[in-house]
Ligand binder design. Structure first.
Ligand SMILES: C[S@@+](CC[C@H](N)C(=O)[O-])C[C@H]1O[C@@H](n2cnc3c(N)ncnc32)[C@H](O)[C@@H]1O
Length: 265
């Protein structure tokens, strides 16, 4: 049984599924439109239970998942949603101990998923050209306690990346094909390249660039997610769905080894 402790992150789900993520603090209170909840009513008690607000409305008390934390980031612009970030982690083999570069940091949506995956021995190097964007991303990452696994850099990636031989590199910028020289220089041989772009003409330009730079195992994919109304007697899809987020492009860096000439053998 997991017991909630002071400074833990807790997810509260109220009536109609409204979600709140709080960091527990002695004596603090959460004010919602359906009543007040005292943090002290959660601290020292088990997670995974129900409690009631002072207006007698029920809340679930849960540990937040990575999915919950990503949806909770303070957004300035489009983030990479869990639908894609979960798949990106698997496709690009991001796991504990890996060194990963991403650009741009944006709001830190993907950074959060990467940092949770590489901890405790890996590192994420997150590049962003706009300082104010990166300040917000860094705050989002600090708020979930992942700052030890992320190095933020305010830097135009046109100037290249500082790291060499990284395991994976993800570009979430409008013109990723412009940075393939830089990506190639920082990836290890066989390293994973990934990008998310919203339009097919961007995909075509990126594909041409990847071919030109000799990348291998190139793939273009799109993920569709349909949610259902979870009512046992009349199970059916939700009325609306997110029709499009972006296309995912993946590739591996491949190097040409100089073949020994016949007379050198
Ligand atoms: C779509 S947002 C990234 C969102 C992020 N992946 C997330 O999940 O929150 C794209 C970001 O790339 C940054 N960017 C664009 N061109 C860049 C460049 N040349 N160098 C570094 N960052 C750049 C933009 O300022 C913007 O914040």
């Amino acid at each position: 049984m997991t017991v909630a402790r002071e400074s833990d992150l807790v997810l509260l789900i109220g009536p109609r599924g409204k979600r709140f993520i709080i960091r527990l603090e002695d004596g603090a209170t959460l004010h919602t439109h359906v009543g007040v909840i005292s943090h002290d009513a959660i601290i020292g008690k088990p997670m995974g239970r129900r409690l009631v607000s002072h207006l007698d409305k029920q809340f679930l008390v849960l540990e937040p998942s990575t999915h919950d934390l990503i949806l909770n980031v303070r957004r300035q612009g489009q983030i990479i949603y869990p639908k894609e970030s979960g798949y990106i982690l698997l496709k690009m083999n991001v796991h504990g101990g890996q060194q990963v570069i991403e650009a741009g940091s944006g709001s830190g949506g993907l950074t959060l998923a990467l940092a949770r995956a590489v901890a405790p021995h890996g590192r994420v190097f997150s590049y962003e050209i706009r300082p104010e964007m990166q300040r917000n991303a860094a705050r989002n990452i600090r708020e979930v306690g992942l700052e030890d696994w992320v190095e933020f850099k305010v830097h135009d990636i046109a100037g290249g990346f500082d790291e060499q031989d990284v395991d994976a590199l993800f570009l979430d910028v409008r013109t990723p094909w412009e940075y393939l020289d830089q990506a190639s220089q920082s990836l290890k041989a066989g390293g994973f390249f990934g990008s998310l772009i919203p339009t097919t003409n961007q995909v075509s330009r990126l594909l041409a660039g990847l071919e030109h730079h000799g990348f291998g195992d190139i793939e273009v994919e799109e993920l569709l997610l349909r949610q259902y109304k979870p009512v046992s007697e009349r199970l059916r899809p939700a009325d609306t769905m997110v029709g499009h987020t972006g296309y995912l492009v993946f590739a591996r860096k491949v190097v040409m080894l100089a073949e020994p000439s016949d007379d050198s053998v």
